[in-house]
Ligand binder design. Structure first.
Ligand code: 5GP
Length: 116
């Protein structure tokens, strides 16, 4: 598994990206190809390639993803209208970047969870 990836470069500020939020555990930034008016990615600062790689040691980090998602949803004023949180894992989900991340999507009705 590659140790270097685009999200790690963003977290470490090696590439220029608007960072919406960063603390000692997670970083949040806009998705490059937004699928909704609000599309933010929230990622652990350490490399956990997929959900399958998460361990009990990562519980605080994984919990922080939700806390930060809700905080950003409030800042973006979509916390009342609603939003969707998605974490893809491996091929069938369409995971592109093998650095675990949570998608925060909102700002319009998002429709059904999956297309048939
Ligand atoms: P996945 O399919 O792995 O769950 O989602 C990866 C997401 O990362 C995609 O929505 C894609 O648009 C986004 N993405 C890919 N490369 C970059 C990048 O260089 N910068 C940012 N901000 N987002 C990216």
């Amino acid at each position: 598994m590659k140790k270097d990836n685009i999200f790690m470069n963003i977290i470490q500020k090696k590439v220029k990206t608007d960072i919406l939020y960063q603390d000692e555990l997670v970083t949040a930034f806009y998705d490059l190809n937004p699928k909704a008016p609000v599309h933010v990615l929230i990622v652990p600062n350490i490399l956990i390639p997929t959900v399958n790689h998460a361990t009990t040691h990562d519980e605080i980090i994984l919990g922080r993803l939700f806390i930060v998602a809700a905080k950003i949803a409030e800042q973006k004023n979509i916390h009342s209208s609603g939003y969707r949180l998605i974490v893809n894992c491996n091929d069938h989900s369409g995971q592109e970047i093998y650095h675990l991340h949570m998608h925060l999507l909102g700002g319009k009705p998002l429709g059904p969870l999956l297309q048939k």
